[in-house]
Design a protein around this ligand. Structure first.
Ligand SMILES: *Cc1c(COP(=O)(O)O)cnc(C)c1O
Length: 362
């Protein structure tokens, strides 16, 4: 006899993370390996974060502040909202599951894009919700298509803006038009994990202000990408106090660890680091666009720190060939790969090796 697990778990695929550098070094017996697979910050993190962590090391025997007091205060100030409009979490990964736990009942419908962050689908399935998957149009979210799929059973709509892995974005105008049409009993979750990299002016840069008008809107941000703190696990969500109160009942009492809390506060104070991250990313993006053009490869123009590229050859094959040469990328469906933008040195190393793999070396 075996222990019975919940039916909902039957078809859930475990998340496949980007391959760690050390594994690739050992497997192929190579010295130099770079990872451009998980959209991490190639510059690391702010030195101010390291100082704050060193100071906090003496207090590791003490439980973290379960209320995240200092972090919430800092975030409320940054976004000009009240402390109760902010809820930190152990990464957005945790928040996605917390939202699903709080709101999704069996057979509730949950709308999302077909090519987007995979955790929305998994979190829905874990709760026995019904995923309603709307195909992207031209690699972008089809907001009209999403509106057409709303029914009386719809509970949540997940919008990733800009989207991972396509790098495309929804404009402020389109977003407002969309929010105006969504019934107020449906939760709209905006995942803005890559917000800090956006270059376009018509992006909803002030989406946090929308929470005053749309009580059914949650805006999610993370310290894992532009702030370079993926290893610490810290993110936050901004929204209506009442909605956050429900989620707050579900979260573990100490979900954000003590080092993550002090690190996040310090990270918010270093605007220079964020600027350097943005500039490095933009320079790398323009370089990669140029090289892809020279190689006649199609790519999707990106507002993030990653680019979806059609390499004209099976993505999985290219992934394996690149790995042998010390470059870890992310294989996607068909002939696509997703490449995270690195330092200029990493970007050049990637392009050199891609030319070899695609037999396009001059
Ligand atoms: C990386 C990523 C996340 C997860 O972020 P964490 O805060 O590290 O859990 C969430 N959403 C999107 C779109 C991402 O790309």
């Amino acid at each position: 006899m075996s222990i019975k697990y919940r039916d909902e778990i039957k078809n859930i695929e475990p998340y496949v993370p980007g391959k760690p550098i050390e594994d690739v070094k050992k497997e192929f017996n190579i010295e130099k390996v770079i990872k451009l697979a998980s959209n991490e910050n190639p510059l690391g993190c702010s030195p101010k974060v390291k100082e704050a962590i060193i100071k906090a090391l003496d207090k590791l025997s003490i439980y973290p502040d379960g209320n995240n007091t200092e972090l919430k205060k800092a975030l409320a100030k940054k976004h000009n909202v009240e402390v109760d409009n902010v809820l930190p979490s152990s990464g957005l990964d945790e928040m996605i599951v917390l939202i699903a736990n709080t709101f999704i009942e069996k057979d509730d419908e949950v709308i999302m894009g077909d090519i987007t962050f995979p955790r929305y689908l998994q979190a829905t399935e874990i709760m026995g919700g019904r995923p309603v998957v709307v195909p992207l149009k031209n690699f972008s979210f089809d907001l009209d298509g999403i509106l057409e799929r709303i029914t009386l059973r719809t509970k949540i709509i997940w919008i990733c803006n800009p989207n991972n892995p396509t790098g495309t974005m929804i404009t402020e105008r389109d977003l407002i038009g969309f929010l105006d049409k969504v019934p107020s009993n449906i939760l709209v979750v905006l995942d803005e994990a890559y917000k800090e990299y956006v270059t376009r002016q018509d992006y909803p840069h002030n989406s946090v202000e929308f929470i005053n008008k749309y009580k059914n809107l949650l805006v999610m941000r993370t310290f894992s990408k532009a702030y370079g703190l993926a290893g610490l696990r810290v993110a936050y969500t901004i929204g209506d106090k009442e909605v956050l109160q429900y989620i707050n009942r579900v979260r573990g009492p100490f979900n954000v660890n003590a080092l993550a809390q002090v690190a996040a506060v310090a990270a918010l104070e270093d605007e220079d680091f964020l600027k350097k991250t943005y500039d490095t990313n933009l320079q790398g993006k323009n370089y990669l666009y140029k090289e892809f053009d020279k190689l006649n490869l199609q790519y999707v123009p990106s507002e993030t720190n990653h680019i979806l590229v059609n390499v004209g050859r099976n993505g999985q094959e290219v992934f394996i060939e690149m790995q042998k040469r010390g470059v870890i990328i992310r294989p996607m469906a068909g002939n696509f790969i997703r490449i995270s933008i690195g330092t200029m040195e990493e970007n050049r190393f990637f392009i050199e090796n891609l030319k070899e793999v695609l037999n396009k070396g001059q």
